[in-house]
Design a protein around this ligand. Structure first.
Ligand code: GFB
Length: 312
């Protein structure tokens, strides 16, 4: 989802795009180094990752830790060897402590315990940040890191066992509108999340690649926070559902609140995030128009793992 958004954003720039069209497994060092040496990119956006929602993170700690560590370590080292001039590492707002003061400033990193459900993914992303910083110090590489808040948009994953909350609720609301069953929302509905359209993230990443060089990490967010219950209400209305949602308390809430402070990014001159309501409407329409082909929607369970591996 993030990679495709970066490609859309770069379409209007005077650049030659190199994307891994053939299946490359960035978890494998030799494969990654051979591909990078053959392509010789000047700039790298490191968006490749194993990602997923709260349950996927909780259920597959080894895959979230191992896959992400390998992908980042291999790509960052390969970028150094190939002489990449600029690398933008895409982190995550889940790197910050569970109980960080809100809105979360960049200096909250490593100041307290992580949210348990996604600590494995968070530790891998923190390692990626530290790799970028270490390669700056030791080798003089111009590698930087951005920390996006929760994302949504076209080409998201709509598999209910792996997806984040927005694609999950869009799919469930669409199906509930057809079946007449209620919309089931995981957890209490009380946690707050900040959401950003993936095209805004892509714009901010390109902006940072063009303007920022330094060890400091940079938060990327929309500043718009909503409770999960209110989000469910917004998506239900878009899908034309009238009944009240049902909350499934057997599922985890995760971190209570996760709003990033974007003062640093704003001070650099970027402040173009779009509002949530129109972004949700566009994404729901995209989902309806693509639902026979979107990731995780029409798959038989036996093909999910294969498809999941292909995302890497
Ligand atoms: O989007 P989500 O899975 O990720 O869940 P996190 C956000 C909130 O939505 C949680 C609730 O409180 C969920 O319990 N929720 C309600 C649902 N209904 C659903 C549903 O049907 N599906 C899902 N998935 N959630 C992720 C991390 O945390 O944030 C990742 O696990 C990553 O590592 C990402 O960092 C940005 O915001 O809790």
């Amino acid at each position: 989802m993030v990679g495709r958004a970066i490609v859309r954003r770069l379409a209007s720039e005077p650049v030659t795009l190199v994307t891994p069209k053939d299946r490359i497994d960035f978890r494998r060092q030799a494969e990654t180094e051979a591909w990078m040496a053959a392509q010789k990119p000047h700039v790298v956006f490191l968006a490749a990752a194993r990602v997923g929602g709260i349950l996927a993170n909780d259920n597959a700690p080894a895959q979230f830790l191992y896959d992400n560590l390998m992908i980042e370590a291999n790509l960052i080292e390969a970028a150094r060897r190939t002489g990449v001039e600029k690398l933008v590492f895409v982190g995550s707002s889940c790197i910050y402590p569970k109980d960080a003061a809100q809105p979360i400033t960049e200096d909250a990193l490593l100041s307290g315990p992580l949210e348990p459900t996604n600590q494995w993914y968070a530790v891998a992303k923190i390692a990626g940040i530290k790799l970028a910083q270490a390669y700056r110090r030791e080798y003089g590489c111009d590698f930087i890191s951005a920390q996006p808040t929760n994302l949504y948009g076209p080409f998201d994953n709509f598999d209910l066992t792996a997806s984040h909350v927005i694609p999950a609720l869009m799919r469930k609301a669409h199906e509930a509108a057809q079946s007449g069953e209620p919309l089931v929302v995981w957890g209490s509905g009380r946690p707050f999340r900040e959401f950003m359209h993936v095209d805004d993230l892509a714009d901010a990443l390109v902006f940072l690649a063009q303007t920022w060089s330094g060890e400091d990490i940079v938060n990327v967010g929309s500043g718009e926070e909503v409770s999960i219950a209110d989000l469910a209400g917004m998506i239900a209305r878009i899908a034309g559902l009238s009944g009240a949602p049902v909350f499934d308390a057997s599922k985890p809430d995760g971190t209570p609140r996760k709003l990033v402070d974007v003062s640093r990014l704003k001070a650099m001159g970027w402040n173009r995030a779009r509002a949530l309501a129109p972004g949700l409407q566009d994404t729901y329409e995209w989902f309806l128009n693509h639902r026979q082909s979107v990731r995780g929607y029409a798959d038989a369970p036996s093909t999910r793992q294969k498809q999941d591996d292909q995302q890497l």
